[in-house]
Design a protein around this ligand. Structure first.
Ligand code: HPA
Ligand code: ZN
Length: 340
């Protein structure tokens, strides 16, 4: 039975979302609407048939469908409509800040200019701040199944918008594409003043997480689940205070965990890791930020104090200015205090 008081508690806690692919917020209804608007066909005849295809047994199953779905995004209006729908959902969940990934190569490969994606997303971010009070950052994520030269060309194309980008990331098919493959382009991005993070340890081995910390010197790790297989790596991540952006419902849908009760989030908290809860690709994985908190808290029997710690970690691990972090941390403590 849904625990309404738990959902209320989570909703009232201010929260930041740090691991969210904006293309992964494309709901089937919007996908069909954009296909119609752009005169495109869809790979599935109905919303129901499309949803029925969302049965994945590994990351690649999902990625194949996710890139196919993104093909309906052509104009800046499309990217704007996609992002503002996400920000409204986030605000309804009590989210106040988001640092969102976008995959420019998914679009430039189809002939969509980078400007259409970036300008559309930035306009939605501005609107979210003005109308919802939700702040945000934009993270350019390189596709790791493509090569280093392609990533460098993508960074070059992004130059006009550097001042509006928060950072760069690394996503797509993890196995066989270690962070080291992109060490030089990620270093170049850092030299341009951008934050650097990589997906590591979702399907890839602890060695990929070691590369992320030692070779890339990341500001954050996306996922990081498999770090738990290596106690020395856990000690290092705890000592460095590295934030891990964990995505429980994503892990469930992509069979990274067999069920939520087996999810390592509680163990990660107990080990002293700076873990956060995030939705990754909520249109595909069955829940936005609030659902991720609530379902995980129920499955792992998290205390209110542990849930508040996850919300605190989401601000500590964000790239917000220190003054804003301090303000939100105080707001989390005040909300948790009132609600317990
Ligand atoms: N992992 C890797 N690449 C991705 C993901 C993910 O969870 N979501 C979108 N691209
Ligand atoms: Zn991700």
């Amino acid at each position: 039975m849904p625990d309404d008081s738990l959902a209320d508690f989570v909703r009232r806690l201010p929260k930041a979302e740090l691991h969210l692919h904006i293309e992964g917020t494309l709901e089937p209804e919007l996908m069909f609407a954009l296909a119609r608007r752009n005169g495109l066909s869809t790979p599935y005849p109905t919303v129901e048939a499309l949803r029925a295809a969302y049965a994945f047994s590994r990351l690649q199953d999902f990625l194949d469908i996710y890139y196919q779905g993104a093909a309906v995004l052509l104009t800046r209006a499309d990217f704007h409509d996609l992002a503002i729908a996400y920000f409204r959902r986030l605000a309804a969940d009590g989210g106040v800040h988001a640092e969102i990934f976008f995959d420019p190569q998914t679009h430039t490969y189809r002939g969509v200019p980078m400007a259409e994606a970036v300008e559309g997303l930035l306009s939605a971010m501005d609107e979210a701040k003005a109308t919802l009070g939700v702040t945000s950052g934009l993270i350019l994520s390189f596709l790791r199944h493509l090569d280093e030269a392609d990533a460098f060309a993508t960074l070059e194309q992004a130059r006009p918008w550097l001042s509006r980008l928060t950072g760069v990331g690394l996503d797509s098919s993890e196995l066989g594409h270690p962070p080291a493959k992109f060490a030089r382009v990620l270093a170049a991005a850092r030299d341009l003043g951008l934050k650097v993070m990589v997906h590591a340890g979702e399907e890839g081995p602890p060695a990929y997480v070691w590369e992320a910390v030692d070779l890339i010197a990341v500001d954050r790790i996306d996922h990081g689940n498999r770090a738990l297989e290596d106690p020395a790596l856990v000690r290092r991540l705890v000592a460095d205070g590295t934030t891990l952006t964990v995505c429980p419902l994503s892990n469930l849908k992509l069979c990274v965990v067999p069920d939520l009760a087996a999810h390592p989030l509680k163990r990660m908290l107990d080990l002293g890791l700076a873990v956060t809860v995030n939705s990754d690709d909520p249109a595909y994985f069955g829940g936005y930020l609030l659902e991720n908190y609530v379902q995980t808290a129920q499955a792992l029997d998290l205390t209110r104090g542990e849930i508040a710690r996850l919300a605190r970690n989401s601000f500590s691990g964000s790239f917000l200015p220190d003054a804003d972090k301090a303000r939100w941390l105080a707001a989390v403590d005040a909300a948790a205090g009132e609600l317990t």
